[in-house]
Each structure stands twice: as C-alpha cells, then as structure tokens.
Write a protein that binds this ligand. Structure first.
Ligand SMILES: Cc1cc2nc3c(=O)[nH]c(=O)nc-3n(C[C@H](O)[C@H](O)[C@H](O)COP(=O)(O)O)c2cc1C
Length: 189
C-alpha cells in the first residue's frame, strides 16, 4: 500500500496529454443546501489537484465559488478491474495561462461550444443553431478563449480508491490529508 495517493493516481489516470479526457461527476451544494451534480471533463491533474474548465456564468461556478468545496467521482472501467475514484476537496481558481493552454488543446467542437453555449443560442430554432454553428467555425478556425472561459482546481482533502474484481469483494483505500502527509485506511467496498 503506497503512503502517497498521487503514486496511485499515476497508475489509474491517463496522462494529461492523452487526447481522450476522463469524464467525472462534479458534485456541488447550492447556498440553500441542495446537492447538484453534472458531468465535466478532467482537464488535467497534478499533486495540486484536479482541474475542470467551464463557463464562468454557470451554476457550478457560482456554487464552488460560494462554498469553496466540491466532490468528484471518476469511473474507470477496464477488462481487469472496475475502479471508482471519489475526491472531496477545496476549490481554487487555475492560473490564466493554464486556462489558455487547456482551451487550445480542446477539439474544435468544444472550443465552439465555449463561445456559443448561451441561453439565447439554446432558444434558437434548430436550423438557425446549425447555421450559426457552421458559420462560427468557418469564420474562427482557431478561436481564442472567450472571456467567460474559466477553470477551477479541486485540491483533495480526501481520496477514495474503490476497486472491484470478479474474484473477490470490492474494497476501498481511503487517503485523508493529515498535516503534511496522509492517513491511509482500508475500507469495505
Ligand atoms: C460527456 C459530457 C462532458 C461534459 N463536459 C463538460 C465540461 O468539461 N465542462 C462543462 O462546463 N460542461 C460539460 N458538460 C456539460 C455539463 O454536464 C453541464 O450540463 C453544464 O456544464 C451546465 O452545468 P451547470 O448548470 O450545473 O453549471 C459535459 C456534459 C457531458 C454529457
């Protein structure tokens, strides 16, 4: 059992430059206590935490900025094992240079989405949504990030590594921050 959860993360998660980004459920709580969850891409991870990128006007940003907290769940299924990583952490802004680098690495579809994903655009008739989408892409082959593009990093306070295999009971390894290190516990699945 490694005392350092980041060693385990390096085995579980694809490299940050792998084009296929893992999906994660980002869970937040509203000011009046309602839990909320949605799927986002894991943009990149490091010992500092797990970054996602989104629209600054979104509900998720209002909620993480108000509470400073979030949880993530990343499912990772392979032929040899099913895995689930659950993270609880505090939330901080990512650096503007990192926001620009992540935007540049996003496929054209997601870059266009970052520009056009507004309530006004969503309300347009389908034919107009298709026509405006195509003309944006024609006129902006390499768009810069819009002002609304933003990133946040979830700095883990607790990580739970769940593993299930068909030949024995699933179990979890829990890492909780304690001082400069981590308290490690084995838990039932
Ligand atoms: C597969 C998938 C990936 C997604 N990735 C992102 C993402 O990386 N960033 C993002 O802002 N929204 C992403 N979304 C959309 C969000 O799930 C969500 O609908 C949107 O961001 C609005 O969330 P909010 O109103 O809770 O802030 C993704 C949705 C799906 C289904």
């Amino acid at each position: 059992m490694t005392p350092d959860p980041f060693e385990l993360l390096a085995q579980w998660l694809p490299a940050n430059d792998a084009p296929e980004r893992p999906l994660m459920t980002l869970a937040t709580v509203s000011a009046d206590g309602w839990p909320n969850a949605r799927t986002v891409l894991l943009s990149e991870w490091s010992a500092e935490g797990f970054a996602f990128h989104t629209d600054a006007r979104s509900r998720k940003i209002a909620e993480v900025d108000a509470t400073g907290r979030a949880a993530l769940m990343i499912p990772l299924f392979s032929e040899e094992a099913s895995r689930q990583l659950v993270v609880q952490g505090t939330v901080e802004a990512v650096e503007p240079e990192e926001e620009a680098t992540v935007f540049a690495a996003r496929p054209a579809y997601l870059q266009t989405l970052a520009w056009l994903n507004t309530p006004e655009f969503a309300a347009l008739p389908d034919a107009e949504r298709v026509e405006r989408w195509a003309s944006f892409q024609r006129e902006n082959p390499a768009p810069a990030p819009p002002q609304t593009w933003t990133g946040r990093r979830v700095r883990p306070q607790r990580l739970l590594f769940w593993t299930g295999t068909p030949d024995t009971a699933s179990r979890r390894v829990s890492y909780t921050r304690s001082g400069t290190g981590w308290t490690v516990e084995i838990l039932a699945g």
